[in-house]
Design a protein around this ligand. Sequence first.
Ligand SMILES: Cc1ncc(COP(=O)(O)O)c(C=O)c1O
Length: 404
Amino acid sequence: MTITPDDARALDRDDPLKDARRHFDLPDGLIYLDGNSLGPPPVQAKAAIQRCVETEWATDLIASWNSADWMGLPLRTGARIARLIGVSENSVIAADSVSVNIFKLAAGLLNAGLKGVAVERGDFPTDGYVLEGLSRLSGTPFAYVEPGAGAAGLPDGVQVLVKSAVHFRSAALADIEAEERAAKTRGAAIVWDLSHAAGLVDLKLAARGAKYAVGCGYKFLNGGPGAPAFVYCDPDLADGFSQPLSGWMGHARPFDFADGYDPAPGVARFGAGTPAILSMTALHGALEAYEGVDMAAAEAKARALGDLFLKAVDGLGFGLACPGPGEARAGHVSLTHEDGYAIVQAMIARGVIGDFRSPDILRFGFSPLYLSYEEVLRAAGILREIMDAESWRDPRFAARKAVT
Ligand SMILES: Cc1ncc(COP(=O)(O)O)c(C=O)c1O
């Protein structure tokens, strides 16, 4: 059945999240379907950085560590993220990058006596790269688990699995509860990578038994390029957790300047060095766009937008590298085509921003906060025109840039 612009407008009228669009002022005419590697700036992020630069940094200077509570910013930012991922307010800290935070958690689990580290083959590469490095450093074995095998696929003697809650290529959703059960029976632990899930999926991490997680600030959370990542640690386990990047910002009393490390209580011990206040201020401000947003509604809308797009591009000759319409899928869709790179470039030239993931994936993200059904239908129409006219064959679309 063909979806008409009238159908799409009717869906927009009934959209419970339609008001969230007011937090964004995207360039006119642009349809931002980035997949999602960089969320756009909410107005609150821009205002927060301006205030931070002009008042806190330029005027109040060093006093701002106290007067603007820069010291508390990592935990205050974590508290805003906590609601979105379904954990208690005091169990998340914003800090460092996903890669660094994976190291802290996985190495800490080795400190607690677990042996061996693993990722699924084909999961986001940095997760495996970091574990390979940890394996070289510690001597613990490193293993790949087959794609989708999860904790049940861990080889004997390997007890730490890093796994994406949403796969960066396929948008497949992991069954967190079932994975945690499988891990428990093997005496293993899972570090969840929420990079493509936080701010999009109704994760309910605590209710589903997740104990450890990391996630990204610059994707669906819209924290800005290179925004700090975050760490979640079950509050019942955090006080006993020994993470090895034991820098002064994870110390109980950093301004005692004492010899000897004494970890701060709870998740605060996952701090390491001085937080990047400008970036974290942007992330903290950006998270205001989520105020009042029901995560179940956000997840449902993202999937409905993706379903609409998939139905509207059906028959254009693309392969599918994600679950199809009506199936469990997170916030992006992945089509395949051997000339995918050029097709994405041709779309960008027409004002539709998607991204390309090697070797042949066209990835389109559907943020529930700022996209309308009408825009998504329009984007699908542009893709149809590009395919019908074969305008992607223009040689200017073939030249590869460094970031795809
Ligand atoms: C699933 C996943 N994990 C990790 C990363 C990289 O995280 P970082 O650059 O913060 O280390 C990304 C980036 O796209 C990602 O998609």
